[in-house]
Design a protein around this ligand. Structure first.
Ligand code: CA
Length: 225
């Protein structure tokens, strides 16, 4: 999953980013409400972690802007204030969950799983395609008992391909979802990672192939030989 953290306390933002990355997510940070809303509106995120007290635009303004633009991305709001009034306001504006600072890592991760599940954004812990099983939590890809670990970006790429089954996914979509807008990723980064994935598929002797069409994109194909 690709997750946006909008939090002006830089240390907390970095701690959350590290935590998300340890759990095989990709995380980006915005340190004020305006850039947070801009980033959220890109539509490339699976969830947004949103602080309430932010410079330029507060968390309520961010979520209001997101919902007015028709964006249904699940939002977990963070606040140092535990007053009922703020919770109600955030929930009314379309936040999915409220977490009061300070909180434990386990509590944060549980809330995140809850909001992803509620929106139907999260897939079961395992995805299957032909002879492949991808365990999202452990980032482990297996084929008939043979296993290989994927790195975060490989996991995200393969997850998107598996969710799309036989359908082609445009290269631009993959690049945006996995590397984001302001990445310094080279133009051929998707192809480079596809070659990592192809190597791993052949390592576990899967019959699944990643095929590409220059005009359309990438997809998985099950080789039935
Ligand atoms: Ca703050």
């Amino acid at each position: 999953m690709r997750i946006l953290i909008v939090e002006d306390e830089v240390r907390l933002a970095r701690t959350l980013k590290d935590l998300l990355e340890q759990h095989n997510h990709i995380a980006d940070m915005s340190f004020d409400g305006e850039s947070g809303l801009d980033n959220a509106l890109s539509g490339i995120y699976d969830a947004v972690i949103l602080d309430v007290m932010l410079p330029k635009l507060d968390g309520f303004g961010v979520i209001k802007g997101m919902r007015e633009a028709g964006l249904q991305t699940p939002v977990l709001m963070l606040t140092a204030r535990s007053e009922l009034e703020n919770k109600v306001k955030g929930l009314d504006l379309g936040a999915d969950y409220y977490l009061t600072k300070p909180f434990e890592a386990a509590e944060f991760l549980a809330c995140l799983r809850a909001i992803l599940r509620r929106r139907g954004e999260i897939q079961p812990d395992e995805l299957k395609f032909a002879d492949l099983t991808l365990n999202i939590n452990s980032a482990e890809l297996s084929c008939e008992g043979r296993r290989v670990r994927l790195r975060a970006k490989e996991l995200e790429l393969l997850r998107i391909l598996m969710e799309n089954g036989n359908k082609f996914v445009p290269k631009e979509t993959l690049q945006l979802k996995v590397w984001g807008y302001d990445s310094e990723a080279e133009g051929n980064v998707v192809e480079v990672y596809m070659s990592f994935l192809r190597r791993k598929l052949s390592h576990i002797k899967s019959k699944v192939k990643i095929t590409s069409s220059r005009m359309i994109g990438y997809r998985l194909e099950a080789d039935n030989d």
